[in-house]
Design a binder for this molecule. Structure first.
Ligand code: FAD
Length: 456
């Protein structure tokens, strides 16, 4: 039995960043990871998808390059080489996290951990003690009870599709959330016939509805079937019904099940230790405290936001609370759930932060909005032309003119959005943003155009 200051269960973004912050402050930390350091994000999530999407984007751009005066003949892709590149990126980044933990003196073991109670964690067959425990067990894919979906070799989840042996000729995607749309875009760019079947009336449900509709219309080579319910999967055939009750059959070689992920609350002692939780996750407050003393939960397992950067911030907040329990220096270190940005790395890309117009109205806020085309940006026109999809929408409070939401469809949106996040964090007004100097020419100037498009 070894005593630690902190034991962290799970080495994904939530767990490893908490380990880094605590190790940096000189605490004796153990991270227990049963699979691979880096968790879902580095191994089978954010990073491998972006590596493959980058290859697909290069291929798509090369095929369109004649418009820009560059002739590329016989442009092809090689899926096996793309896979090799993806693996290299993943192993480099996982190695980087391992090196960082080592450098900061954080111990990492590959084992299954079970929470026995506050300060007690079983690691394989040994019990370790610690002053604090951080639970960061992540999430798992949801497999809905659709007849014919389980034990069907044609049906895969995102992890299965990431390492599939070849590009399918026909891909059906069940679920039009971020993961479904990114894979749809990836395989459509590589020439697959792609259909997305979505139960709701629009894709990416947390997006501002106007912009989600523009994103959907801008997705090249993807047929989206909205408001449709998958009734069954018969080998590679997806049987779905429309709201009007019509039944359709969609033939596919591979079916991606992408209806969402759920917090991983089973198999590590959540119930036995008395930790308050449900299928929706471990219950935490804004400081990542659970109902058990000195037991913290961060990342996807809380069910509050299933994004890697949200997991990072939750891990940092738990670490800050552990390092300064009195709170003298970390009064501000609470999770601000309204200002977590999100991004979709499809073609076109999209990103946003803060309230959508509908969310603002649902909260009873009196808001004004401004929507402009990205064709107002010189760089956008120079690099994309006049017909490419690109839009910025800003939501602001009418009376105070404080900006409450920024939503973008277009290139570089995932890179641009942090600036909008900083504006929301500091409650900048439309008039404050009008005084900010943007570099020219940049696509981010679309935000500047949008703030000037509000009426005086
Ligand atoms: P995880 O990364 O899931 O890590 C949890 C870790 O805990 C796992 O490694 C698991 O093995 C380990 N574990 C669980 N139980 C135990 C136990 N009892 N003992 C020991 N170890 C245990 N998010 C983004 O922000 N941007 C993206 O572009 C993005 N793309 C994605 C694409 C895909 C295909 C998927 C599936 C997800 C994507 N995500 C993305 C989501 C992102 O991966 C997660 O939000 C993030 O990984 C959550 O981090 P976490 O630390 O909470 O959990």
């Amino acid at each position: 039995m070894t005593a630690y200051d902190v034991i962290i269960i799970g080495g994904g973004p939530g767990g490893y960043i908490a380990g880094e912050r605590l190790g940096h402050a000189g605490r004796k930390v153990l991270i227990v990871e049963q699979e691979s350091l880096g968790g879902t994000c580095l191994n089978v999530g954010c990073i491998p998808t972006k590596a493959l999407l980058n290859s697909a984007k290069l291929y798509a751009h090369a095929r369109e390059s004649a418009t820009f005066g560059v002739t590329a003949e016989n442009v092809t892709y090689d899926w096996a080489t793309m896979q090799g590149w993806k693996e290299k990126v993943v192993s480099t980044l996982v190695g980087g996290v391992a090196a960082m933990e080592r450098r900061l003196g954080v111990e990492v073991v590959k084992a299954h951990a079970t929470l026995l109670g506050p300060g007690r964690v079983q690691v394989d067959d040994q019990v370790h003690t610690s002053d604090h425990v951080i639970v960061a067990t992540g999430s798992v894919p949801v497999m809905p009870p659709i007849p014919g979906a389980s034990d069907n070799p044609a049906v895969v989840d995102s992890t299965g599709l990431l390492s599939i042996g070849s590009v399918p000729e026909r891909l059906a995607v069940v679920g039009g959330g971020v993961i479904g749309i990114e894979f749809a875009s990836l395989f459509a760019a590589l020439g697959a016939k792609v259909d997305v079947v979505e139960l709701l009336d629009e894709i990416v449900p947390f997006m501002d509805a106007d912009l989600a509709s523009r994103l959907r219309k801008g997705l090249s080579g993807v047929d989206v079937h909205l408001g449709c319910k998958v009734e069954a999967i018969e080998e590679g055939t997806v049987v779905y019904s429309t709201k009007a009750g019509e039944q359709h059959r969609l033939e596919a070689d591979v079916v991606l099940m992408a209806v969402g992920r759920k917090p991983a609350v089973a198999g590590w002692g959540a119930s036995e230790s008395g930790l308050e939780h449900s299928g929706r996750g471990v219950v935490v407050d804004d400081r990542m405290r659970t109902n058990l003393p000195n037991v913290w939960a961060v990342g996807d397992v809380t069910g509050r936001s299933l994004l890697a950067h949200a997991a990072y911030r939750m891990g940092e907040i738990a670490a800050a609370q552990i390092l300064d329990p009195v709170g003298a220096s970390n009064r501000g270190e609470v999770m601000r759930w309204d200002t977590i940005p999100w991004a979709v790395y499809s073609l076109p890309e999209a990103a946003g932060v803060g309230l959508t117009e509908a969310q603002a109205k649902a909260r009873g806020l009196d808001v004004i909005t401004s929507t402009v085309p990205l064709q107002l940006s010189g760089r956008f026109v120079a690099e994309q032309g006049l017909k490419a999809p690109g839009t910025v929408k800003i939501v602001a409070e009418r009376a105070s003119r404080i900006v409450r939401g920024v939503h973008i469809v277009g290139p570089y949106a995932p890179e641009t959005i942090w600036g909008a996040t900083a504006s929301l964090e500091t409650e900048l007004t439309i008039d404050d943003l009008r005084q900010v100097v943007f570099p020219h020419p940049t696509v981010s100037e679309g935000i500047r155009e949008a703030v000037w498009a509000f009426k005086a």
